[in-house]
Design a protein around this ligand. Structure first.
Ligand SMILES: [Mg+2]
Length: 160
C-alpha cells in the first residue's frame, strides 16, 4: 500500500462520517492537525466546532498534533482540547505513538485528520493509524476554474 494514500479524503472536516468511524471500524480517538485542518486561515469554522463537540459527545478522545511552534491557545480552550503537542516533528512515527499513549489508545483505534500528505497522512499510515486527508485546495481551485470559465464567457466574477 502506498503510504501517501489516505484511507479517506474530504474537502472539509464536517463531511467525515462519525457513524462509520465509530460503528464500522471501531475508532476511539481523533488526532487533528492544526493549521489548514482545524483552522482554515486564522479561523475555526462553526461546522468544525460542532463536529468536534459531536465527536466528544459520542465518546471519542480528541487531541492536536502540530508541527507549528505556536498554537492558538484560545482556540484549544474553546474546543476544550487538553492533549496537544506542538513542534511535533511529524511525519516521524514517534510523535504519533507518544500521543496514542497519552490518549491511552492503541494506534489502530485512532484516526488522524490532516491537510498534509507528508506530515499527516504518511505519518499516520506509518504509525498504523487510520488516515483522513482534508484536501482544502478544492474550494480554492474550483473558484479559480469557475472564474476562468466565466471570464471566457465574458462575465466578470467578483465573488472571491
Ligand atoms: Mg496542516
Amino acid at each position: 500500500m502506498n503510504p501517501f494514500i489516505p484511507n479517506e479524503t474530504y474537502s472539509k472536516i464536517s463531511d467525515i462520517s462519525l457513524d462509520y468511524l465509530i460503528n464500522d471500524i471501531d475508532i476511539k480517538g481523533l488526532i487533528f492537525d492544526f493549521d489548514g485542518t482545524l483552522m482554515r486561515g486564522s479561523k475555526l469554522s462553526n461546522e468544525t466546532f460542532e463536529f468536534i463537540n459531536k465527536a466528544k459527545m459520542r465518546g471519542l478522545k480528541i487531541s492536536v498534533l502540530s508541527n507549528n511552534i505556536h498554537l492558538d491557545e484560545s482556540v484549544l480552550q474553546k474546543l476544550n482540547i487538553t492533549t496537544t503537542k506542538k513542534f511535533a516533528l511529524k511525519p516521524l512515527k514517534k510523535p504519533f505513538l507518544t500521543m496514542a499513549k497519552r490518549m491511552k489508545l492503541s494506534p489502530i483505534r485512532i484516526a488522524v485528520i490532516g491537510n498534509n500528505r507528508l506530515s499527516d497522512i504518511f505519518g499516520a499510515n506509518r504509525a498504523k493509524m487510520y488516515s483522513i486527508y482534508i484536501q482544502n485546495l478544492n474550494g480554492f481551485m474550483f473558484k479559480l476554474k469557475l472564474r476562468d470559465k466565466l471570464k471566457n464567457l465574458g462575465i466578470k466574477h467578483t465573488d472571491d
